[in-house]
Design a protein around this ligand. Structure first.
Ligand SMILES: NC(=O)c1ccc[n+]([C@@H]2O[C@H](COP(=O)([O-])OP(=O)(O)OC[C@H]3O[C@@H](n4cnc5c(N)ncnc54)[C@H](O)[C@@H]3O)[C@@H](O)[C@H]2O)c1
Length: 515
């Protein structure tokens, strides 16, 4: 067995989320001589209440911030003398990754890269970097396989979430090899228990069953998953922290597998619901791995074993959700069969128990799938005037910052809105959005700005013209045909700034559209 490592100052990322909150609370409780710093940007799925057991401890500190901010991460490493990082922060919901997968690349790959680089420049200060990955990086296991994936198995991710987790792992491995960073990687099976945001299967089913509603199952429910109780997983991280060997990968797994349909039936049984009437099969994910089967021997050799039976863990989890139904406030959006980032807490969609979404294609001239269409209606507020209720905003660029802000304003103001899915240089797609959404006002905050800079546009003139000129003008033309007001958010930039020349191709295209 490896020598015991003794950390002093641990940075835990993402600990306002599910798994890391259990790990943090456990380490704060068991090791009063360790200092624990939590860095979390408090995304929709997080909750500071998850850290209540740690909050009053003198060895605990919470910092709200993004792992993607190099300045912040460097500052924390330096000022808190961090010698150990346990990196959990990530975008974690596979369903979301079928929508805006750029967020997954940004948080999971770029965020990890920033942390690694900060370790590199701290020149040997960080003695352990524990990178938390997932079983999903192996891709799906054959149904009839009797041997699980071991740590040296090939990584074959099948969805954008697992691809970004695998990408992050590659960087971790490379920093271990190139710079001698003392890295350890974990790949875990599914985890369940208290504090888990209800977009995930078990808490979603529990909350729906509590209300006597139907449990939506993707596909036919034959997919198999392996579930570990959160306290067992927190213990696994405690062991890996102290006894894990640098440069190694550890699966955190269980051999006890369960079909999704059986999970639903077990939950129905707890609530005395008849599965025949309370389980409903809905459209499957674009790709849904059949099974993730891990070989967990290596971690067992470090002294870990699973201590909680399925019955016991599910019972404890159910008791917790029954006692804390409002932990996150309004989570109606997360309880949908296919929640997306558009359906965050407090945002409701018309859901009648079926997987059909109001406003789907009827004549099918454009191939939009129901997966991506979502009628977003602000949570009912008493102060919504009939005038606001008659408005319907169509917003393009919902994945971006400004588009997201407009959506947030609509939510706060009680104005119904929907994010458009059309490519703006394709008139037929815009017409489809107009027919199905029936907007009263159109906002365009789409574009190709993001991380791109003015130089990029010089080198990509056709793409720039398509997005900045053709797209905007096509949308404007369709709005004119329909007598609709359109608000276009062009990028002004700071023209005083010498770094931007007003002669730049990008600004010239913007000026063309503006005139
Ligand atoms: N939940 C599972 O079943 C499971 C299984 C295996 C592995 N994992 C991995 O374990 C880790 C934790 O998963 P979870 O289910 O607890 O996640 P979660 O979604 O409950 O929590 C993620 C946390 O990370 C934070 N976060 C996200 N991006 C951030 C950023 N850029 N900067 C700072 N904070 C950020 C969020 O605010 C949130 O608090 C993830 O890396 C996930 O891939 C999860």
């Amino acid at each position: 067995m490896a020598n015991t490592y003794k950390p002093k100052n641990i940075l835990i990322t993402g600990a306002a989320g599910f798994i890391a909150s259990h790990v943090c609370n456990r380490i704060v409780r068991n090791y009063p001589d360790y200092k624990i710093i939590v860095l979390d940007k408090l995304d929709y799925c997080s909750n500071l209440k998850n850290l209540i057991p740690s909050r009053s401890s003198p060895n605990f500190k919470f910092i709200k911030g993004d792992i993607g901010s190099a300045d912040l991460v460097n500052y924390i490493l330096l000022t808190e003398s961090i010698d150990t990082i346990m990196h959990f922060a990530a975008q974690t919901h596979v369903d979301n990754s079928f929508g805006n997968s750029f967020e997954f690349t940004k948080n999971n790959i770029y965020g990890t890269h920033v942390l690694l680089e900060a370790c590199k420049v701290s020149k040997g200060q960080v003695k352990r970097f524990i990178h938390v990955s997932t079983d999903e990086v192996y891709g799906e296991t054959d149904e009839d396989a009797v041997v699980g994936n071991h740590e040296a198995s090939q990584l074959l991710p099948t969805n954008p979430y697992s691809a970004t987790k695998a990408g992050a792992e590659m960087l971790v491995m490379a920093y271990g090899r190139s710079y001698g960073l003392p890295v350890i990687t974990t790949r875990g099976n599914n985890v369940y228990g208290p504090n888990q945001f209800p977009e995930k299967l078990i808490p979603k089913f529990l909350l729906l069953a509590m209300k006597g509603r139907t449990l939506p199952i993707h596909g036919d429910g034959s997919n198999v998953r392996s579930y570990l109780y959160c306290e067992d997983v927190a213990e696994a991280f405690e062991i890996i922290l102290h006894r894990g060997e640098v440069g190694h990968v550890y699966n955190i797994g269980t051999k006890k597998e369960r079909r999704v349909i059986d999970v639903a039936r077990d939950i129905c049984r707890f609530f005395n619901l008849d599965p025949d009437t309370h389980v409903k099969f809905v459209e499957n994910r674009p790709f849904n791995d059949q099974r993730y089967f891990l070989d967990d021997e290596k971690l067992k050799d470090l002294g870990w074993s699973e201590g909680t039976t399925w019955e016991e863990g599910l019972r404890k989890t159910m008791d917790w959700y029954v006692k804390n139904p409002d932990w996150w406030g309004d989570v109606s959006g997360a309880l949908l069969p296919h929640p997306r980032m558009l359906t965050m807490p407090g945002v409701e969609k018309y859901y009648d128990g079926s997987d059909n979404v109001t406003g789907t294609a009827s004549n099918g001239d454009v191939n939009h799938s129901n997966q991506n269409r979502m009628v977003v209606v602000p949570a009912t507020r008493n102060n919504v005037s009939p005038q606001k209720a008659s408005l319907k905003f169509l917003i393009y660029g919902g994945a971006g910052w400004i588009g997201g802000l407009i959506g947030n304003i609509c939510e706060k103001q009680g104005i119904p809105f929907e994010y458009g899915m059309a490519r703006l240089d394709d008139r037929s797609q815009i017409l489809f959005d107009f027919r199905t959404i029936k907007p009263t006002h159109v906002f365009n905050a789409s574009g190709v700005i993001g991380a791109l800079n003015v130089k990029w546009f010089e080198a990509h003139k056709p793409e720039t013209i398509r997005a900045v000129v053709v797209g905007v003008l096509t949308l404007a033309d369709v709005c004119r045909d329909h007598g609709l007001l359109m608000m276009n958010y062009a990028f002004g930039g700071n023209l005083e700034d010498k770094a931007y020349s007003t002669d730049a191709f990008y600004f010239r295209t913007q000026a063309k559209v503006g005139s």
